[in-house]
Ligand binder design. Structure first.
Ligand SMILES: *[C@@H]1O[C@H](CO)[C@@H](O)[C@H](O)[C@H]1NC(C)=O
Ligand SMILES: *[C@@H]1O[C@H](CO)[C@@H](O)[C@H](O)[C@H]1NC(C)=O
Ligand SMILES: *[C@@H]1O[C@H](CO)[C@@H](O)[C@H](O)[C@H]1NC(C)=O
Ligand SMILES: *[C@@H]1O[C@H](CO)[C@@H](O)[C@H](O)[C@H]1NC(C)=O
Length: 357
């Protein structure tokens, strides 16, 4: 104790031989503070911060966009809020997409923008990455109806994941009808060549298109067609327009029931379309159904396969559906061949721009 006190007193700067010399005292004083516990702590924390975050800084969005507060607010954005934000004249246009479909979404949106109907588009995101991405680029136009399905398997056509994903469709549509809106549903592997709204004439409950490739007369009936080989019709679940009537709601409820009655199985590998057709079949007597004209809304099985028909009906086509083919690459290739892959040269016309890249 006493020796400590003694040493201290001998090293006391005040007792130094040159206590007021600025040069001799300033240098040691500075190096002293650099190695002080506080300074070391600051340096250490800086190193940790740089070490932990620098490697992530070069990574693409994903991780960071999900936690940005400006983006995270969309987590709690509800369907009633979103529908009221986008609806124009009581109408919303919806699609349901997961992340792998983003390029198709953009392509579809370009074609809708050309018809000036993009403002009423609501993207139902089937995963959080899609919700955040779309709303970051186009605020308010995407919503997620929880719980989000397992997105890993959502895009494999014919898989159980794909079935689960599409089985959410009638629920989304029913919810929008319950809110009182007219709603048009589209698959995003579609392209608008003209405005479909003038074709939605009258006050029918449900409007739809035939997925049969067989050529019909130009002025065919607007009734539900007779059942085909499997005892049911082949109406496409890809393009549906509904008025918020009891009839339309009944069809959606029946569709949900039919999906539950005939769930996915390894042998059936079904999607939501047969259930939609059974729902139409079983409600036909109570609901006002309207089949849209084939020349305006042809199935891909006709448009991409019968050049004579395409020539014969030139100028009449309204929405083209890239179906009767599976796989993203094949669909893109076919769209390119027909000049319908608009994202290559017209991304600036998409409300999503170049998808942020
Ligand atoms: C609004 O909707 C009504 C009925 O659905 C339609 O007749 C009318 O043309 C629409 N107006 C506009 C500006 O889209
Ligand atoms: C699909 O849904 C069923 C029933 O809800 C569930 O048991 C199954 O795990 C889901 N499968 C996939 C791949 O999402
Ligand atoms: C419904 O399906 C059954 C069985 O194929 C058929 O006999 C009946 O005609 C269909 N009803 C309508 C309205 O299409
Ligand atoms: C192609 O379309 C024409 C009418 O434009 C029709 O006569 C012909 O039968 C169609 N071909 C096939 C294979 O369906």
């Amino acid at each position: 104790m006493s020796s400590f006190l003694h040493q201290r007193s001998t090293h006391n700067p005040l007792s130094s031989p040159f206590p007021l010399s600025p040069r001799s005292s300033s240098l040691p004083a500075r190096s002293f503070s650099l190695f002080s516990p506080t300074a070391l702590l600051v340096i250490l924390s800086l190193l940790i911060v740089l070490g932990v975050f620098l490697p992530w800084a070069g990574m693409p969005e994903g991780l960071f966009s999900a936690v940005k507060p400006s983006v995270a607010k969309w987590h709690d954005y509800t369907l009633p809020q979103a529908a009221s934000f986008v609806a124009r004249n009581g109408t919303v246009i919806v699609c349901a997409v997961s992340q792998p479909y983003l390029p198709f979404l953009s392509n579809w949106l370009i074609s809708i923008s050309r018809q000036k109907h993009q403002d009423k588009v609501l993207v139902i995101a089937e995963d959080y990455a899609t919700l955040y991405k779309v709303n970051e680029l186009w605020p308010g136009h995407a919503v997620l109806v929880p719980p989000a399905p397992d997105s890993q398997s959502a895009h494999k056509f014919g898989s159980q994941g794909f079935f689960n994903f599409t089985s959410r469709r009638p629920r989304h549509l029913l919810q929008i009808l319950e809110l009182g809106y007219n709603v048009m549903y589209n698959d995003v592997d579609m392209v608008w060549l003209a405005d479909p709204f003038p074709y939605l004439e009258g006050n029918h409950d449900v409007y739809f298109t035939d997925d049969m490739a067989q050529v019909k007369p130009l002025k065919h009936s607007h009734e539900l067609p007779p059942p085909g080989k499997k005892g049911r019709t082949y109406i496409c679940s890809c393009m549906i327009f509904l008025h918020p009537t009891n009839g339309a709601k009944l069809v959606m409820k029946k569709w949900i029931e039919e999906m539950q009655a005939q769930p996915w199985s390894k042998t059936q590998k079904s999607n939501d379309q047969p259930a939609f057709n059974w729902a139409l079949n079983k409600t036909a007597g109570q609901v006002d159904l309207y089949l849209l004209p084939q020349a305006a809304f042809p199935t891909g099985g006709l448009y991409f396969k019968n050049k004579t028909w395409v020539q014969d009906t030139k100028g009449m086509h309204v929405i083209i559906h890239n179906n009767y083919i599976t796989g993203f690459e094949k669909k893109i290739k076919r769209f390119r061949e027909y000049g319908l892959w608009l994202v290559d040269d017209h991304a600036d016309e998409s409300p999503l721009g170049r998808l942020g890249d």
